[in-house]
Design a protein around this ligand. Structure first.
Ligand SMILES: [Zn+2]
Length: 80
């Protein structure tokens, strides 16, 4: 955190000065990222939510269930 003087790196990149509250892993540990300085960045709450959603968002949207049919009840395959 001291590396960026406790400021959000992503806000700084946009010219905004905001205190960082979270040390984010650019490559999430859950996805094989390493817990080293090179893989971390200091971010504010808002950016933490944003990047976490981007990193994991595609995993939360499972398109198909165990039966092979789309999970979306409005999907035409489901209604057929
Ligand atoms: Zn930020």
């Amino acid at each position: 955190m001291e590396r960026t003087h406790w400021l959000c790196e992503l806000c700084l990149a946009q010219g905004v000065t905001r205190a960082a509250t979270v040390v984010d892993h650019e490559q999430p540990l859950a996805l094989g990222g390493l817990d080293v300085d090179e893989n971390t960045r200091n971010v504010c709450d808002e950016h933490n939510r944003k990047v976490t959603a981007e990193q994991f968002g595609h995993r939360e949207r499972l398109a198909f269930g165990a039966d092979g049919l789309p999970l979306d009840p409005l999907d035409p395959w489901r209604a057929a």
